[in-house]
Design a protein around this ligand. Structure first.
Ligand SMILES: [Zn+2]
Ligand SMILES: [Zn+2]
Length: 214
């Protein structure tokens, strides 16, 4: 193979075959998998390159789906979650079948409507080690899990932490009917305050016993 690249030139854009969709370097694309039963691959375009016969190659940086990572899909991974990998590749531009948008996690959680082309990325992924950057994220709720945007959470007006209805022993319908949500820890504190401000005639143990049997 010659070391020089005769007639190769970078393109500013590429029009997806059979469409009028224009892809530019920096855009995210869906690429046809070799097995059509699989989900399309997602990649970020680094550059387009045409050879002397006008066949176009696309240089990509792959996004990995959670199931493609060494650790696999975990409970807090959303259905639209992708990891930006350190895996670069060159493919025929003809395998591009559509465009998509990979949002930052923050922007994704603010979307009013999530379309099929919307994804998000909050981790970079090292293919050699299976490691993530960042390797620590905030956790929420009693279950102390990172936020999965597919799962509804409600914010406590007391401590401002976020909770899964199921972890609070409530259904989604029950929680949606509430105008104010206060988690069990915070409502416990409120009860304690009320008790301090009021005077209970019965001894504490007696009151609890009656509550339980009633
Ligand atoms: Zn939870
Ligand atoms: Zn609370």
């Amino acid at each position: 193979m010659a070391k020089t690249k005769p007639g190769k030139k970078d393109l500013n854009s590429y029009t997806i075959r059979g469409t009028n969709k224009i892809v530019r370097p920096g855009d995210c694309v869906l690429m046809r998998p070799s097995d059509s039963d699989n989900l399309p691959y997602v990649a970020r375009v680094e550059k387009f390159e045409a050879d002397h016969r006008n066949s176009v190659k696309v240089h990509v940086r792959w996004y990995y789906r959670p199931e493609e990572s060494k650790g696999g899909r975990r409970q807090f991974h959303g259905s639209k979650e992708l990891f930006l990998s350190d895996h670069y590749d060159v493919q025929s531009a003809q395998t591009i079948e559509g465009k998509c948008v990979v949002h930052s996690f923050k922007n994704y959680t603010k979307l009013d409507n999530v379309g099929p082309e919307d994804y998000y990325c909050r981790f970079e992924y090292k293919t050699a080690t299976g490691g993530f950057t960042p390797d620590r994220v905030a956790v929420y709720c009693k279950c102390e899990m990172p936020y999965n945007p597919d799962d509804l959470m409600v914010q406590c007006e007391g401590c401002a932490d976020w909770f899964h209805p199921s972890c609070m022993g409530m259904s989604i319908d029950e929680i949606k009917k509430l105008e104010h949500f206060v988690c069990s820890d915070c409502s416990g504190e409120e009860e304690a305050k009320e008790q301090m401000n009021s005077f209970h005639v019965s001894p504490e143990a007696e009151r609890k016993r009656r509550k339980r049997s009633g």
